[in-house]
Design a binder for this molecule. Structure first.
Ligand code: AHR
Length: 506
């Protein structure tokens, strides 16, 4: 065990900001088996009258997701919303260029809203519109169909389709990853800024209170990063509420220590986007602040996908193929937990975040067609953060031992945040990035009336490669840690090597 101790002090006078429930959003894309045989499988033994798998719904509720972004992702850039409404048997089959699949449209807009309602009141729609192959007119048609109460051709069409109540979609994404050359209808920042502004202006003519997300960069590594945000926001600043960020992490060239420190990149990405957005605001002499929608984030082993595309038969357009079905290890879950910590540490500006994705596709929940559903390792950090990470984020400045990483130089071994609930309880979320050494932790509790430790739960394993699988779905789960103490205003604990920790104080 290391003798080097990591330390920080919590004080209720020093806060970052209130956690927006939308920080625990997720993402359902028409991709692989996320929808078909994921959330929707009419023949499944647990399917309800709408074809929704109830075993999956139970896990989605347990996961604690809030806003659910839909229907893509890259898929949205070829999406024709009108194909996805009306009698299911009449809906057309279409080529999905983004994922080289056949889209049956058996699951569409109405089914998405039904899915959200079944999850419960915490679930909220977050609809992306197609600005790749389509534009202002189609965005307005979709908005009218979805949200206008009645009395117009499109709203009456929705009523005739069986949805009397409008869907009340408040948050809209203006396209997806329009900076990426892989995107159908990829645009320059000037072209995208223009169409995003035109669309936003028109959508606000229907409803001034919609909340709009402009596309930022697909990752901080994009060659156009920052210039893209500056140009897009220059065009759209007064018309949108959020700029989006997307980031996926994986080990590169076997460099595990850099992978484990991925949140260093995520935090710098957030801080650079805040700086860019505020720079545009200053230039425009605006009092308004643009918030951040981190609407795609996760660990994703993209090399597997690249391999798949190399070997795919170009004549084959399968329905709901097995794509991006990453099976996550304990190590992946610790990195994932650290990404959650990064989001919480910036809760003042990151007010929407969507874990990409929800089921089967780089997802915390896996299913087998006709078979069971189970929790991946990443399920646990998300569920715990969503359950206990509500309230005020306290300003945590760690004094931690460091180690050298190839990508990020000296990286702190401790990555941590703390959230104070309305009842005064505090939850510390902490990751030990060392693969080999335990990390002693000391937390000073200034002005906090905390007298007991409710629990110290950890996700760690002697085998960091351990995973949950169809054959062994409960191999990995968090365990309780003994020996954590609270005395004379100081919390002491030992964080196991490569561990995600949740310490709840009351
Ligand atoms: O989440 C998978 C894909 O990753 C999304 O469709 C796209 O937006 C991103 O590149």
């Amino acid at each position: 065990m290391s003798t080097r101790t990591a330390r920080f002090t919590l004080d209720p006078a020093f806060t970052i900001g209130e956690v927006n429930p939308r920080l625990f959003g997720s993402f359902v894309e028409h991709l692989g088996r996320c929808v078909y045989t994921g959330i929707f499988e009419p023949d499944h033994p647990t399917a309800d009258e709408q074809g929704l798998r109830q075993d999956v719904l139970d896990l989605v509720r347990e996961l604690g997701v809030t806003a659910i972004r839909y229907p893509g992702g890259n898929f949205v850039s070829g999406y024709r919303w009108e194909d996805s409404v009306g009698p299911a048997g009449d809906r057309p089959r279409r080529l999905d260029l983004a994922w080289r699949s056949t889209e049956t449209n058996r699951f569409g807009l109405s089914e998405y809203i039904a899915f959200l309602k079944k999850i419960g009141p915490q679930a909220e729609p977050m609809m992306a519109i197609n600005l790749g192959t389509r534009g202002v007119a189609e965005a307005l048609q979709l908005q009218e169909y979805a949200n206008h109460p009645a009395g117009t051709a499109l709203s009456e069409q929705r009523v005739a389709h069986g949805d009397k109540e409008p869907f009340g979609i408040k948050v809209w994404c203006l396209g997806n990853e329009m900076d990426g050359p892989w995107q159908t209808g990829h645009k320059t920042a000037e072209e995208y800024g223009r169409i995003a502004a035109e669309t936003a202006r028109a959508m606000r003519q229907i409803d001034a209170d919609v909340e709009l997300v402009a596309c930022g960069s697909s990752s901080q590594a994009m060659p156009t990063f920052a210039a893209w945000e500056a140009t897009v926001l220059q065009e759209t600043y007064d018309l949108v509420d959020y700029i989006s960020l997307h980031a996926y992490y994986q080990p590169l060239d076997g460099d595990l220590d850099s992978f484990i420190a991925s949140a260093v990149d995520m935090e710098s990405f957030i801080e650079n986007v805040v700086a860019t957005a505020d720079h545009v605001g200053a230039r425009l002499k605006s009092k308004k602040k643009i918030n951040l929608s981190f609407d795609e984030w996760n660990v994703w082993y993209t090399a597997d996908w690249e391999e798949h595309t190399k070997n795919a038969d170009p004549a084959d357009w399968p329905e709901a193929p097995r794509l991006l079905e990453d099976n996550y290890s304990v190590m992946d879950a610790v990195v994932f937990g650290s990404l959650l910590i990064a989001l919480l540490r910036h809760a003042d500006r990151v007010t929407v975040a969507c874990l990409a994705q929800l089921v089967n596709v780089i997802a915390p929940i896996m299913t087998e067609p006709g078979g069971p559903a189970w929790r991946q390792t990443t399920f646990f950090p998300f569920a715990q953060a969503s359950k206990y990470g509500r309230g005020q984020v306290l300003d945590v400045r760690v004094d931690s031992p460091t180690h050298e990483t190839k990508q990020y130089g000296e990286a702190e071994l401790l990555h941590a945040t703390a959230v104070r609930g309305e009842d005064g309880s505090v939850t510390v979320f902490a990751v030990n990035r060392s693969r080999t050494e335990s990390l002693p932790l000391q937390v000073g509790l200034n002005g906090l009336d905390l007298t007991s430790i409710v629990e110290h739960s950890a996700l760690a394993d002697a085998d960091p490669d351990a995973r949950n699988t169809l054959a062994d779905p409960e191999r990995v789960a968090p365990h309780q840690v003994q020996g954590t103490a609270l005395q004379d205003g100081t919390l002491t604990a030992v964080l196991e090597p490569l561990s995600w920790n949740v310490i709840r104080l009351a």
